[in-house]
Design a protein around this ligand. Sequence first.
Ligand SMILES: Cc1cc2nc3c(=O)[nH]c(=O)nc-3n(C[C@H](O)[C@H](O)[C@H](O)COP(=O)(O)OP(=O)(O)OC[C@H]3O[C@@H](n4cnc5c(N)ncnc54)[C@H](O)[C@@H]3O)c2cc1C
Length: 457
Amino acid sequence: MQRRQILKALGLSAFASSLSGASSQASSTAASGWQNWSKSLPASKAPVESPQTTADLIRLIQTTQGAVRPVGSGHSWTPLVPADGDGKIVRLDAFNGVRSVDKSTQTAWLGAGARLKDLSPALAEQGLAFRNLGDIDVQSLAGATSTATHGTGQNLPCLAAEIKGLKLITAAGEEMEFSASSNADLLPAAQVALGTLGVLTEIQMQLVPRHKLHRRVQFLPYAQVLEEAPSLWQKHRNFEFFYIPFSGTAMVITHDETEAPASPRASDESDDGVMQLKALRDYLGWFPFLRKRLLGAAIANAPEENIIGESWQLLASARNVHFNEMEYHLPPDVALDVLQEVRHWIERERADVFFPFECRMTAGDSAWLSPFNAGPRISVAVHTHAPDAYDFLFSKIEPIFQRAGGRPHWGKLNSLTGAQARALYPKFDDFARLRQQLDPEHRFLNPYLRELFGVSA
Ligand SMILES: Cc1cc2nc3c(=O)[nH]c(=O)nc-3n(C[C@H](O)[C@H](O)[C@H](O)COP(=O)(O)OP(=O)(O)OC[C@H]3O[C@@H](n4cnc5c(N)ncnc54)[C@H](O)[C@@H]3O)c2cc1C
């Protein structure tokens, strides 16, 4: 159902006309310079260069005076990409496509700058697929793996954990491979490296046979979802939920493998749903009882999904309404209590929040800087509409996550210092030593990364 129809059904026709204005404001473009997707970072003055060949890339690294910072699709909120001084941002769009496939091991060498959304159909032609994907698939392969991008599933690791080999160009302009046959012991260091060991050109991924999934989206009482969450993670290949603030209701999404024939999917209206929540926030934020009643009515009318399709076509969705996000990966035994604490604080103090909170689970891995290093984690994410203030995420929400032993998503809002990272990651110092060895002049560091690795300007 279209958002205007839902609002009209609720007797809120007056609000429907306000929605298109809100959408266009959220997607306005920056005046100049590179900026991240949500435009939370100031426009960068550094030029963006797009080498076409490995020789071009080596020349660029050798001749740039300041920092060289690789960029993928710019979907991170943390200031990982901006290059200061005489630095350059380097875009690897020309390093794309499926380079080679080994069907016997279900692995493929892929261009590091390729977008996940372009790789999935190309891999499907080879009878292969990524084991899992996050909420979107517009990221580059290198960008997604470098920050440990994840989806959800008790037995499904983050994308970086699927890396079997990679090739990068070091600060000295040399090609280096990390794989079972070269520098094997250092592969777990290079899997999640924030673009600080070198510029990735190719990545070998472990894949799985192409498969279909049965996707189910339901709205259930939040208390019931909290109670059943551990068993739902066990029961379903992929299980996640979004708590809709001020509603007492959660949207539950499950995916399970199936051989049944594919069914058509209605057009993706997830953004419409978010904008309905915004309209209720805008007009009824200070009338919590009425807001909850109308939310209940809107949710009762919301379409539930029950469809079958190719894994890569169902796992990721479009996100056209821009937002800012903080996500921490928490020890599983405390994560749901943390979510409750966050919910209570926001519903008590922040009537302006309307984006649902997301809760997912990811299997453990051995990458040195993976937040899932040494065991599974449950992730809790809080979002705010891009035009809205989000300082409370740092002052009020992040301390709750940190007290519980959470590790932040490397690409999402956080204020983690080098000292805190060292305490959270047993191999942090080993990684810092390797980084120093490969990049002794700190050519791949910007101010944010210098602070993280304790390097003075
Ligand atoms: C709308 C939205 C939805 C999202 N959903 C999810 C989700 O479901 N799950 C999740 O975990 N995250 C999610 N994210 C976060 C996102 O996946 C990560 O921030 C990811 O790093 C973005 O990939 P990118 O290609 O845009 O990389 P960028 O943000 O451009 O770069 C990220 C890092 O990768 C490095 N890098 C990029 N290319 C190279 C290269 N060739 N060589 C070496 N280093 C490189 C950069 O230097 C930087 O350190 C989401 C973000 C947005 C905006």
